[in-house]
Design a protein around this ligand. Structure first.
Ligand SMILES: Nc1nc2c(ncn2[C@@H]2O[C@H](COP(=O)(O)OP(=O)(O)OP(=O)(O)O)[C@@H](O)[C@H]2O)c(=O)[nH]1
Ligand SMILES: [Mg+2]
Length: 456
């Protein structure tokens, strides 16, 4: 319409005013929207949890959830049931595999061992038992247990593949890997029978029920195997290396094998389940009278997963870097030549010096302090794995301080923006201690965020 034509002058004035009013209203709305967005982004705190595989990132995420939104964890509780089953079954399979390997190598070393039983002690040829007689008794006992446990072990792969939603990792490593949304796949109550997109439809609960039934029917065999002296010997001599959470679950097997078993908070914190990609968790958190949307990014920490972190670096408010200091005697699963403390130090160097992260606040959690204490108390020597440790005392105070100073050095030398570094020792399975760390770290990150935006 031509508002300026002479015959429309009076109408034109009317329309001009109306158009102006509408345009002003739109401007105002746009301004309000932009202010709302600015406010929302100011109230959004994006925290990335970084660190190598098994450093405790997902455990910290669960602790945040327990602290700030425990009702959501309650809601998810049933989905952790098959994960606990998977952890138990994997541990049993690993024990049986190692026993197989040890007994087989014993036969190779001494091909006559089965047909001829030499008299007297033969510790030099027996890698497990003290003498050949006990070794043969053990072999037959373990053979019987293996036969009883076969139906349970046979479920492992199906359970892993159900939890992982059909994802498998190249290289043939066994395990369960989860991505965003995995819980809906394994929880019956979350299922929509009309949802034909789900490849798990009508399938997953059967595997879970089968695992539950088989666990309860094999309970005795599991208990006998876990208490068997051959297993104890392999654990003591460190030939058998189970996941760190395995002893917790096997010690609690009676409770787990109950038909109406529902995971406790301790079970949920103890499970081992690898993260794939980046999982976002949002918590509205009330701090200082305002509500902030905390977005936690829990990432997969294995080397092959680290490329997926980068797209999130740009607008990260803070990084919480986790380094498991108990891992001085362990090597990367994905690169068995690399010591895990070395890998953590390298990774921390890369994070401190990354340009995209120059404005992100930095928190370092030296995690698994409880396991470090246990390992040192059981006599594991740091200098055997980290030669530069030299003759320093093999005590927790000295070892933890040694590792702390190495990480501090990295920060001092490599930090790109000379920012502050907040460091804590943590034992992430300890709910009360971790909650006080979370409150403290949360406050520090928020204070820095407010200062940076000039909102103070
Ligand atoms: N004893 C002990 N165990 C811990 C601690 N923190 C985590 N764990 C256990 O270590 C295992 C690995 O922890 P996760 O949180 O799954 O590790 P992650 O960093 O998320 O690993 P990825 O997802 O593979 O990158 C789990 O079984 C946890 O229960 C700790 O401070 N002490
Ligand atoms: Mg994880």
């Amino acid at each position: 319409m031509d508002f300026a034509s002479p015959e429309n002058v009076s109408a034109g004035v009317y329309y001009d005013e109306k158009a102006l009013r509408i345009s002003n209203l739109i401007d105002e709305e746009l301004k309000k929207e932009s202010a709302r967005r600015k406010d929302a982004s100011r109230r959004e705190i994006k925290v990335m949890l970084l660190g190598q595989a098994e450093s405790g990132k997902s455990t910290l995420q669960k602790q945040f959830q327990l602290y700030y939104a425990s009702q959501t964890l309650d809601h998810e509780r049933p989905s952790w049931r098959p994960v606990v089953y998977f952890n138990v079954i994997k541990a049993i399979r690993m024990i049986l595999d190692e026993l197989d390997f040890e007994f087989a190598s014993r036969v190779k070393e001494d091909p006559n061992a089965i047909t001829e039983i030499p008299a007297g002690p033969s510790a030099s040829i027996s890698p497990i038992a003290k003498d050949t007689l006990s070794e043969d008794i053990w072999r037959s006992e373990i053979g019987e247990l293996r036969a009883k446990l076969l139906p349970l072990v046979a479920i492992e792969d199906t359970l892993a593949s159900e939890l992982s939603g059909g994802v498998s990792i190249s290289g043939g490593r066994t395990g369960a890997y989860v991505r965003t949304g995995w819980q809906a796949l394994v929880t019956t109550s979350n299922w929509s029978m009309s949802d034909h997109r789900s490849p798990m439809k009508g399938h997953t609960p059967e595997v879970i029920n089968l695992a539950a039934k088989t666990l309860s029917s094999t309970l005795n065999a599991i208990k006998v195997l876990w208490r068997h002296p051959a297993v104890k010997r392999l654990l003591d001599t460190r030939k058998l290396r189970l996941d760190e959470s395995a002893p917790f679950f096997l010690d609690n097997i009676e409770r787990i094998a109950e038909p109406d078993f529902m995971p406790s908070n301790a079970d949920i914190l103890n499970v081992r389940l690898q993260t794939l990609g980046v999982m976002e968790h949002t918590f509205p958190i009330n701090m200082g009278g305002a509500t902030y949307d905390w977005k936690l990014y829990d990432v997969g920490g294995a080397r092959g997963q680290r490329h997926a972190w980068v797209p999130y670096f740009d607008d990260a408010t803070a990084i919480i870097f986790l380094a498991p200091i108990s891992a001085f005697d362990q090597y990367l699963e994905e690169d068995p030549k690399t010591n895990r403390i070395d890998d953590s130090l390298q990774l921390f160097t890369a994070i401190c010096s990354n340009k995209l992260l120059k404005d992100a606040h930095l928190v370092l959690l030296l995690n698994k302090a409880d396991l470090l204490k246990k390992k040192l108390a059981s006599g594991t020597k740091v200098r055997k794995y980290i030669t530069s440790y030299g003759d320093r005392p093999n005590r927790y105070e000295n070892v933890s301080e040694y590792f702390r100073s190495h990480f501090m050095q990295v920060h001092k030398r490599k930090d790109i923006s000379g920012r502050a570094l907040y460091v804590h020792f943590t034992s992430m399975l300890d709910i009360r201690a971790t909650h006080s760390i979370i409150a403290n770290v949360g406050e520090v990150i928020l204070r820095q965020h407010i200062e940076q935006l000039g909102l103070a």
